[in-house]
Design a protein around this ligand. Structure first.
Ligand code: CA
Length: 228
């Protein structure tokens, strides 16, 4: 994968780069938010590793602007902050995963591997999924509801794809965590609830029941809706 590391601490950036290159990736670095933003808008990266605290634009601002520009590249956010609200803010901005500093390199690599996993499962690699009025096209990375396109981040897409592969089947939080987040250590089941919340915000319509139904005490299921 071609990875852009956005980190202003030179020593850490160099270390990260070395570790990722040793894993067979191509790693480049940017030391401030504006450079990272302009490079990501004009070049193709497979993954961004973004530190929260950066000179000029901070990591959250970078991610928000990328998502606003419809750039869906997976983002792993690094930060020394460990408060839950901060974590939510990062994920809310469109980061796909979050790693608190200090971290161990094997954990970073596990997160990178999880993010590099293609969302669709083997059997649906090329198959368009349809359930109710929602269609999901894994190849084009496209979701539509009643023909209207809905923009999702990589993790939102992977979560929806997992649920839509088996409509009406109940998925537990830990199964979803494992499937969508690759069972990375330190991932928290709350993240599933958070992403269901994001998906509903984008997918649902006012006054209509949600396609993603909460199964109390268990997890979630995709409900195709009445008549389906
Ligand atoms: Ca920093």
């Amino acid at each position: 994968m071609r990875i852009l590391i956005v980190e202003d601490e030179e020593h850490l950036a160099a270390l990260l780069s070395e570790v990722l290159v040793r894993e067979g990736h191509s790693a480049e670095t940017a030391s401030d938010g504006r450079t990272a933003l302009s490079r990501t808008l004009t070049e193709d990266f497979d993954l961004l590793v973004v530190d929260w605290m950066l000179p000029d634009l901070d990591g959250v601002q970078v991610i928000k602007r990328l998502r606003a520009a419809d750039v869906g590249v997976p983002v792993l956010m690094l930060t020394a902050r460990s408060q839950v609200e901060d974590r939510v803010e990062g994920l809310d901005a469109g980061a796909d995963d979050y790693l608190p500093k200090p971290f161990a390199f094997p954990e970073l690599l596990a997160r990178v591997r999880a993010l590099s996993r293609r969302p669709p499962e083997k059997e649906t690699e090329e198959t368009v999924l349809t359930a109710g009025d929602v269609t999901l096209d894994p190849r084009r990375h496209e979701v539509r509801r009643a023909g209207e396109r809905i923009d999702l981040t990589a993790k939102e897409f992977a979560l929806l794809a997992t649920l839509m592969q088996r409509p009406e089947q109940v998925f537990t939080r830990s199964v979803l965590l494992d499937t969508v987040w690759g069972g990375t250590t330190g991932a928290y089941t709350n993240v599933v609830d958070l992403y269901v919340h994001y998906l509903r915000k984008k997918l649902d319509r006012d006054g209509e029941p949600s396609h993603i139904r909460t199964v109390h005490g268990t997890g979630y299921t995709f409900d195709p809706g009445p008549g389906s």
